[in-house]
Ligand binder design. Sequence first.
Ligand code: NIG
Ligand code: FE
Length: 417
Amino acid sequence: MTATLFVNASQVVTCAGPARARRGEELRDAGVLTGAAVAVEGGRIAALAPADELRRRFPGAEEVDCAHGVLTPGLVDSHTHAIFGKSRHEEQEMRALGLDYMDIARRGGGIHASVRDLRARSEDDLVAQALPRLRRIASYGATTVEVKSGYGLTVEDELKSLRAIQRLSSLVPLRLVPTFLGAHEIPLDARATPAGRADYLSLIVKEMIPRVVEGGLARFADVFCEPGVLTIDESRVVLTAARAAGLHLKLHADELRPSGGAELAAALGATSADHLAAISDNGIRALAASQTVATLLPGTMLFLGKDRQAPARALIDGGAAVALATDFNPGTSPTPNFPLILTLAVSQLRLTVSEAMLAATVNGAAALELAHETGQIAAGFSADLALFDIEDVRELPYWYGDRRCRATWVRGVPCAV
Ligand code: NIG
Ligand code: FE
């Protein structure tokens, strides 16, 4: 087995440490090394040491020259809605002219517009639409990407979306993690009456979840818990059924208005609670006292033109495990650019660069229950790496909007960027 040595990097950002979400003091230091090289063998990190030492230990190894670059763990984008058809660019201008995200949804736009569009498309078409988008996400440095269904909202259209994700897994070198989001919204026809809502929830519980589990099509189930979308009680029903069926849980919680979503996620032992721009003090305490990762998506609030962001400092200082992700989706965050999210994390959420790097790697991996596998450059972990054209990691959030990623590797295999 030939080893590969990654040599000459200006810095190696290891994020090394326990294979679980980091919090508090553990977020202070992302492990920035100078003069270090990385040996990869059999798709795994074999060792970190000065290059000469690794050359002695791995004679005949190939070398990747990382000169004038910073090597980091591949970024872990733990929250995307990358399966959709058309864009929704017209809504951005509607918001500029005074309509709110929820106003647009109430008029049948928003998620409903993507649902109408996706239902009319074939599985092949969804794969074809998503492929270049995932490649763009990869081109900015992500190596693991969670992808949700949620624009189908019928049994067949949700399964079609999840099958598309499954097919994409073998078409892109990324590590993809599928999430079932049949509870992204109540379909328009069902919303009209209380019986219609109840029927749709029962369809999720009795038909969708069993078929998703039977087909092995998702690891997680997620719900958009938000006033005007799904209530706390409705969310609890869906998540409890999903958990009983063997899925692990995520929750879109307290995104725009507080409704106790964070508390629900913590109480149910969800793997992550996501968004949280409107989380209450009680919600912060609940997450801090739980194992649930608080996944922050600052691109969404920026793109929606909101003047609020999640209280990241209060979450971190209170002891919660914070992750960052793009929320890549056609309605509220159409960016594939994870380093831009790092910029927002530092400039708007007031994270340090170390906190932001750990939130985008180890803690993102923990939000997908993959912290034992990816998210750090340490012996034994998957060789998921990103190389950026910068000389100091602090330049990654600094050159904002710029694509500095030179190359990525997943399981030691180079991804075409
Ligand atoms: O995470 N909040 C719910 N879901 C997506 C947006 C969905 C959409 O508008 O298409 C989000 O922001
Ligand atoms: Fe989302």
